[in-house]
Structures are given as structure tokens and as C-alpha cells.
Design a protein around this ligand. Structure first.
Ligand code: AMP
Ligand code: GLY
Length: 436
């Protein structure tokens, strides 16, 4: 099987690592990939994630047996539709099905139509009306940009003053551009947040192990939201009884609702859940794998993922399929560039990668990296590895339990150095204590 993976982050490195381990893999291309993926397959430095024409041209030319789309933007731009139109098997939903992610206003309406439990909310297109509404609300309160904003478009306002500032930034200063032309103002929910990822094929589905993501930049869950600073799996907060409830009240109504609205879903559906005292609530839908959830879920997966992707991509049934999991746990700590999620420098030399990778049950998933002397990710370039993004590496380890996985991940973290290296020390800390 010849497989093309679209993306260049830690999630795509983890996907490449998993698919490369399949007995059925032949050739693996990454569009464009990073310094880590070049060891697993062929990077395509000229085929960028948002250059749909280049990706489609490559697929038309090389005819991969499967294309897997990592990031949200090409999904939202309709890459899966364009590949299906030239009979190319693709694991990833249509643009219409993915509206669940690229329009939070659509997702809110969808959940209301299908009685799927979520936070109470109101949607605004006018600054004045939204402002007036804020004055009437209890705090804290959540403001969300309607469109894609790299995981940064959600602001939790503790006070009315903060909410007014955030609303002005979104709708007047337009810091998220057109993504915040519509703003959703939402009730603040409390509880354990869990990422529930599910392989979906119309009405059929295969859930993955639940994971917990750490979205805030600072320890103790403070500061602005990021794309994700670390994860662990399995997340015990989603116990089997709660998972059954989520499947019946949320997952099935979502898949059936999508079919009823002519938007049948093929691909990975990521349901962001808040497990509140009143029951599970949907925080958001993502129409792709999570990053860095994928980095902890795939090292625990015992089943070959490639045949499952192929079935979904070719419209075959998932009936009879099951996913087997290794026992134990996985922890991923993200190493970020100083300044992220704001402005940060790149091009810093990363040291200690080999020593960290040699540790037991340790996986270094590259995100924002490239090789020195080479801005084009040339796989043959022998140079050092440099930082090339906000989230640089997903340092992941598995172990018999969370405490062991955590210890190993942080041992590896401590071996890696680059100027401005920033990470959270508290990934999986509380959960590891609760487990013993
Ligand atoms: P979203 O992109 O909608 O998942 O929001 C990003 C993050 O903001 C979530 O992962 C939560 O941590 C937080 N968040 C979003 N909506 C709410 C809410 N209604 N109540 C509390 N926290 C929220
Ligand atoms: N880790 C959060 C996301 O992938 O959206």
C-alpha cells in the first residue's frame, strides 16, 4: 500500500510512525512532513498543507492507495471532496460534514436540532448586540470565534471587563480575522475535560481510548489556550458507564443527525467533552485527529490502523472490526518555543534528541522542526535539527501505569535542550497520583 499523509505536525509524525509499522505499508509520503517524518518515509517539501492544487496533482500523478488528512484547514477547504472526485481513497470527511468544526455556529445549531447536550449559548454577528448581551450574563463566561483559529479562538472571561475586551478584540480589532465575524457566547461548564476520538464511517464507529489534553499554556491550567501542551491516555474520567452514555446521547445522535442532513461522516471525529455534574456535554467537534492526543493514543494501539483507514476510505463496512489496546498508559509533554502561543523565534538548535530517543518506551514526535541548512526539509540534508514552530516536539513515553509513563516522558524532556525551551511540568501529575 502506498500512503500519503497530509500535514507536518506531531500528530502527523505519530500517524506516519503508526502506519509505517503496518505489514501492509509499501511507500509512505508526507506532504510536507518535518525533520522527524523524513526517517519514516519521503517528505514532499513542495507540497504544502494548504496547497490543495499541489496535493491533488500529486495524488493524480502517483495514485496513492490512501490519503490521510491531518490538519483542520485542508479538511475545511474540501480536500477530501477533491480527492474523491478523482477516485482517490481518502480518510477524512467532506467539507460539508466538517462544518461541525469550521463553523461553531453550525455545530451549535446542529446540536440543538438533534438534542445533543452542550453548553447554553447565543450567536452574534453584531458587536452592539453581543455587547448588550454580555451585560446580562453571569461570569465566568466563554467567547468563541465561529471559525478556525488554530485552537486559540476561545476566550474564557472571568469578569465582564475581560469579556468586553475579548469581544472588542474579536469583532472590532478582528484579531482572528473573518473567523470571528460571528461570535458565540456560551455558558461556562465545569468538570473533567476529555477528548473522545472515534473512527466513523456513516453510522458505524470505532472509539479510540479517551485522552486528556492540557490546553492552557501555564501550569495549573492558567493563561491563554494553545493547540495543546500535553496529553495522557487513557483518561479514566471517561469510565465505561460514562462512555456508554456518551455513545448513546452524543455519538449516535451526531452520526445519525449528519446522515439525516445529507452530510454522512467518513473519517476521524474528535468530540471534546466536558463531564459535568449534570452529565457529559459537547464542548466542540473536531473533524480530524487531535494534536497531541494522537501522540498518546497511537503508541497504545495494538491493532494495525492501515486496514481500518482503507475500509473507511473505500466505503467498506467496519462490521466485525475491533481495536485492541496495550495495557498501561502514555504521556506526551509538548516542548514549545519560548513565547508560544504568542510570537516566538525559530531556528534554534535542538540538542539531546538521540540520548532522549534511546530511553525505554520513549517516542519523540516532531512538530515544528526542520534540518539545518535547509529550509525545504530536504530529507538528504545531514544537518542538525532546528526549531521551526511554536510546538516543537511531543515527547511521549508509555509505561505500566501513568506514573511510569510520566516519569519516562519527563526523563526524556530533561535530556533535550534548545534556547527558550518551554514546557509544563504538571502533565498527568494529578491523574498519576489518583491512579495509585
Ligand atoms: P473549544 O475549541 O471549543 O474546545 O474550546 C477550547 C477550550 O476552551 C476547551 O478545550 C475548554 O478547555 C475551554 N472551553 C470551551 N468551551 C467551554 C465552556 N463552555 N466551558 C468551559 N470551558 C470551555
Ligand atoms: N489538542 C486539541 C486539538 O487537537 O484540537
Amino acid at each position: 500500500m502506498r500512503v500519503l499523509i497530509v500535514g507536518s505536525g506531531g500528530r502527523e509524525h505519530a500517524l506516519a510512525w503508526k502506519l509505517a509499522s503496518s505489514p501492509r505499508i509499501g511507500r509512505l509520503w508526507m506532504a510536507p512532513g518535518n525533520a522527524g517524518t523524513s526517517a519514516l518515509g519521503e517528505n514532499l517539501p513542495g507540497v504544502l498543507v494548504n496547497d490543495l492544487d499541489a496535493i491533488v496533482a500529486f495524488a493524480r500523478d502517483q495514485r496513492p492507495d490512501l490519503t490521510v488528512i491531518g490538519p483542520d484547514a485542508p479538511v475545511a477547504a474540501g480536500l477530501a471532496d477533491r480527492l474523491r472526485a478523482i477516485d482517490q481513497p481518502v480518510f477524512g470527511p467532506t467539507r460539508q460534514a466538517a462544518e461541525l468544526e469550521w463553523s461553531k455556529a453550525f455545530a451549535k445549531g446542529f446540536m440543538q436540532r438533534h438534542a445533543i447536550p452542550a453548553a447554553a449559548s447565543a450567536t452574534f454577528t453584531e458587536f452592539a448586540a453581543a455587547s448588550a448581551y454580555l451585560e446580562q450574563q453571569p461570569f465566568p463566561l466563554v467567547l468563541k470565534a465561529n471559525g478556525l483559529a488554530a485552537g486559540k479562538g476561545v476566550i474564557i472571561a472571568a469578569t465582564l471587563v475581560e469579556a468586553r475586551t475579548a469581544l472588542r478584540q474579536m469583532m472590532v480589532e478582528r484579531i482572528f480575522g473573518a473567523a470571528a465575524d460571528q461570535v458565540i457566547v456560551e455558558e461556562y461548564l465545569e468538570g473533567a475535560e476529555t477528548s473522545f476520538l472515534v473512527i466513523c464511517n456513516g453510522a458505524e464507529f470505532l472509539p479510540l481510548l479517551p485522552a486528556q489534553d492540557y490546553k492552557r499554556i501555564y501550569e495549573g491550567d492558567r493563561g491563554p489556550n494553545t493547540g495543546g501542551m500535553g496529553t495522557f491516555a487513557p483518561a479514566r474520567s471517561l469510565d465505561p458507564a460514562t462512555q456508554r452514555l456518551v455513545v448513546e446521547r452524543i455519538l449516535r445522535p451526531t452520526l445519525h443527525g449528519l446522515i439525516a442532513e445529507g452530510r454522512s461522516y467518513q473519517g476521524m471525529l474528535y468530540i471534546g467533552l466536558m463531564l459535568t455534574a449534570a452529565g457529559p456535554r459537547v464542548l466542540e467537534y473536531n473533524c480530524r485527529f487531535g494534536d497531541p492526543e494522537t501522540q498518546v493514543i497511537l503508541p497504545l494501539m495494538d491493532t494495525d490502523l492501515l486496514p481500518l483507514f482503507l475500509k473507511v476510505a473505500t466505503g467498506a463496512s467496519l462490521a466485525g472490526e475491533q481495536i485492541a489496546w496495550k495495557s498501561g498508559a502514555a504521556v506526551c509533554v509538548v516542548l514549545a518555543s519560548g513565547g508560544y502561543p504568542g510570537k516566538y523565534p525559530t531556528g534554534k538548535v535542538i540538542e539531546g534528541l538521540a540520548a532522549a530517543a534511546a530511553l525505554p518506551e520513549t517516542f519523540l514526535f516532531h512538530a515544528g522542526t526542520r534540518r539545518a541548512g535547509d529550509s525545504t526539509l530536504d530529507v538528504l540534508s545531514p544537518g542538525e535539527v532546528l526549531t521551526d514552530g511554536g510546538r516543537v516536539l511531543g515527547v511521549t513515553a508509555t509505561g505500566a501505569d501513568l506514573a511510569e509513563a510520566r516519569r519516562r516522558a519527563y526523563d526524556a524532556v530533561d535530556k533535550i535542550e534548545f534556547e527558550g525551551k518551554y514546557f509544563r511540568r504538571d502533565i498527568a501529575a494529578v491523574a498519576a497520583l489518583q491512579q495509585v
